[in-house]
Design a protein around this ligand. Structure first.
Ligand code: SF4
Length: 365
């Protein structure tokens, strides 16, 4: 481990920050949501919840793009794969069930489903298979949307198209605060999303009274961010603080933002387990129609109702911070990483999968 990284994992600093949060709380109760599977990994891997003071609850939110990808988008991808296209996407997406099977089941039936590590891999597939349609299921948040934009604007081969399932974090956080049954005192913002879009899109939420801070992904980063959110909530001075100054700028990454604005337009979008959120999705803008798989293959006309979560799965509650994975009756019994029922157990960024992996390692302690 590098000297610099060791500093961000210093037990002495982490314990000091946890004690600081305890002093800020001074007997209050506080409930903060993070919105990032990578944050959940850090929190679980380093057992950070075990050192947080009594009364301070850190819950997972909708920070897993695979988990919130609506079943209807999976259904459209499955339909294209069964229809003869080469369907490229990330590994986690292949196992996520739609209303009519998954890409994995389509592949077992003979469909050509390929796993790629990035949109660049999908473009490369299109170059290698010039005689076939190659469709990339483009799922993700702002962090990956900028790479999709760069690919769309780079003149990809004519047999390449995208089935977009891109979601935006700020409108989701706004909607969650208004959602019945959701009770939160603030947000820990995802460092990679904020590296792209900056803090400005979150500032209207802070101005409306929601405490928040962006944090990186080492234990000290997370605790620093939580201390800032706790301070704001305790003193009634909501703001949008930056605990990830080594990467996040208030205005974000200008090149990435320009590419996204050139490639996409904002529209209302469905989040699996949550519902439709106004202005929370990106779709290819007019002028880029040939790249849009829905238009190219007439999918919008065929769209069926979304099938939601699999029967018995509580991912909707987990994604909105209303339940912990272990609250689900299927957790670690009928639903495991080897035999997952819902997207939160399938995705490496899903709260149920992360909880299960670290429960196994620690015996649930
Ligand atoms: Fe869904 Fe499985 Fe998580 Fe339950 S444990 S909420 S079934 S993914």
């Amino acid at each position: 481990m590098s000297v610099e990284l060791a500093g961000y994992r210093s037990g002495r600093i982490v314990q000091g920050l946890a004690a600081r949060i305890g002093r800020i709380l001074s007997g209050r109760r506080m409930r903060i949501m993070h919105v990032c599977g990578t944050h959940e990994h850090t929190v679980s891997r380093h057992a950070l919840r075990s050192i947080l003071p009594d009364g301070f609850e850190l819950v997972s939110g909708p920070g897993c793009p695979v988990c919130v990808c609506p079943a209807v988008d999976i259904d459209q991808a499955v339909r294209l794969a069964r229809g003869g296209a080469v369907l490229a996407t990330f590994g986690d997406m292949v196992r996520v069930p739609g209303g009519d099977g998954s890409l994995e089941t389509a592949r077992a039936e003979g469909a050509d489903v390929r796993i790629v590590g990035s949109v660049t891999g999908a473009v490369r597939l299109a170059l290698e298979h010039a005689d076939r349609d190659v469709v990339f299921l483009a799922c993700g948040f702002e962090t990956t949307a900028c790479t999709y934009a760069a690919a769309a604007l780079s003149g990809p081969p004519s047999n390449f198209s995208m089935l977009t399932s891109i979601r935006l974090i700020p409108p989701a956080l706004d909607a969650l605060m208004r959602m019945e049954g959701v009770s939160l005192d603030g947000y820990l913002l995802p460092g990679h999303v904020c590296t792209v879009i900056g803090l400005e899109p979150f500032e209207p939420l802070a101005a409306r009274g929601i405490p928040m801070a962006v944090a990186g992904f080492e234990p000290v980063d997370v605790l620093q961010g939580l201390a800032l959110v706790a301070e704001q909530a305790a003193t009634g001075s909501p703001a949008c603080d930056n605990a990830y100054g080594r990467l996040v700028r208030r205005g974000g990454n200008a090149v990435a933002l320009e590419a996204m604005a050139s490639a996409f337009v904002v529209e209302d979008a469905s989040w699996r387990g949550i519902g439709t959120i106004a202005g929370s999705g990106l779709v290819l803008r007019p002028g880029l129609e040939p790249l849009d798989a829905r238009r190219r293959f007439g999918l919008d006309e065929e769209t069926r109702p979304d099938s939601g979560m699999p029967a018995g799965c509580s991912c909707g509650l987990v994604l909105t911070g209303q339940a912990a994975p272990s609250d689900c009756d299927l957790y670690a019994t009928a639903c495991t990483p080897a035999d997952p029922k819902g997207p939160c157990m399938i995705s490496n960024e899903g709260a149920c999968r992360i909880a299960h992996v670290f429960d196994e390692q620690t015996g649930g302690r």
